[in-house]
Design a protein around this ligand. Structure first.
Ligand code: KG4
Ligand code: ZN
Length: 343
């Protein structure tokens, strides 16, 4: 089967789970606008997201971002047929800002409201039709979801049920990038900084560990962090940052690609998708694409703007949930934890 059904009419998506304030409007699979206001500059000085500061910045940004999304989509608020908002998992204070805005707008306009699991948003970002991107993805398929908080290999079936095939037992892949970047003095957020620093670097210069673990589909990145720390201490001034960044990128992307491809084989999936913030990494995209090509598998990865946190993916996931008949009440809560097996 190909794509799940979507809600007819314009859906406004709202995302405030971490440090991006985003609003988007989708019509079916078409992304009519996707506005993202990043707080990265705000949190840079602390080297990570400060929850209280994030929530306050969302309060300032949320209404202008929603207005901008309406303008960019050439739509009026009274044309919005439903509202989808991330309510889990994430920073509760940050989530509450988007959730409150979503509830207020849905109540005022008398349209349905649906709470969206952030990871389901990432997983369904592949449904988007935007800027020349359009993929007809087979269901069930295998997804590698890699973000700042998650690293999971997930089987996605046509009824939007999710089975976790493998996951990290400690740090997420994005965290491994961010922590390594900090140790290499490359700043925050670290994933993009490592990718840029790695250009022209020799990825074989500093061999770094790739924990294979007993379980063939689980990941562990805490040993990598320790190895990078030791490397920095050992090399001191001599450290070639480009080579070190390339070596870190090689270690992380190598293990991610190898285990995902092994999981595709065992689950007999013909399609592999790559989603989440770390999917913005060109080396990872190229590596997984090449591995899929060699095995005759379809490879799908959305454009970069839909990999890192954004509301278009939330609107798309919400649209699928609405089409399945899901509606939430004003009791809908924000939550820091959520089980993807029961989104
Ligand atoms: O999905 P996302 O935007 O937020 C979460 O849901 O966590 O993912 C953020 C993560 C961060 O750890 C960031 O360093 C990483 O994605 N990231 C990257 C790149 N761009 C963002 N990692 C590697 N290469 C990139 N180009
Ligand atoms: Zn995310």
């Amino acid at each position: 089967m190909t794509n799940p059904p979507l809600f007819p009419g314009l859906v406004l998506g709202i995302e405030t789970s971490c440090d991006e304030t985003s609003a988007a409007i989708v019509e079916g699979r078409h992304v009519r606008s996707n506005i993202i206001s990043s707080q990265a500059g705000l949190h840079e000085k602390w080297g990570g997201v400060v929850p209280e500061a994030a929530a306050r910045a969302h309060v300032e940004a949320i209404l202008p971002v929603i207005e901008e999304a309406l303008d960019a989509a050439n739509a009026r608020l009274d044309e919005i047929a439903a509202i989808a908002v991330t309510n889990r998992p994430g920073l509760v204070g940050a989530l509450s800002v988007g959730l409150t805005a979503g509830k207020a707008l849905a109540y005022a306009r008398g349209v349905p409201l649906v709470g969206v699991h952030h990871l389901e948003g990432h997983l369904l970002s592949i449904l988007a039709v935007v800027d020349g991107f359009r993929a007809d993805v087979e269901f069930p398929h295998l997804a590698l979801i890699v973000s700042g908080g998650h690293t999971e290999i997930i089987l996605v079936d046509e009824g939007l049920q999710y089975t976790v095939i493998g996951q990290t037992i400690d740090d997420a892949a994005g965290e491994a990038f961010d922590k390594s970047a900090r140790l290499l003095g490359l700043g925050y957020p670290g994933g993009r900084a490592i990718e840029v620093a790695a250009r022209g670097g020799d990825s074989a210069r500093y061999p770094l560990p790739r924990a294979l673990l007993d379980d063939p589909y689980n990941f562990s990145f805490s040993g990598l962090k320790t190895a990078v720390l030791r490397l920095v201490e050992r090399e001191g001034e001599r450290l070639d940052v480009a080579d070190a960044a390339a070596s870190v990128q090689e270690a992380i992307t190598g293990i991610l690609a190898a285990k995902s491809l092994a999981a595709a084989e065992i689950t007999e999936c013909r399609t592999v998708t790559l989603v989440g913030g770390v999917a913005a990494n060109a080396a990872l995209r190229a590596r997984l694409e090449d591995g899929c090509y060699r095995r005759g598998l379809q490879f799908v990865c959305p454009p970069v703007a839909l990999c890192t946190d954004n509301a278009a993916m939330i609107a798309l996931a919400g649209s699928c949930r609405l089409a399945l008949g899901q509606r939430d009440t004003w009791e809908l809560d924000a939550s820091s934890l959520a089980d993807l097996a029961h989104p």
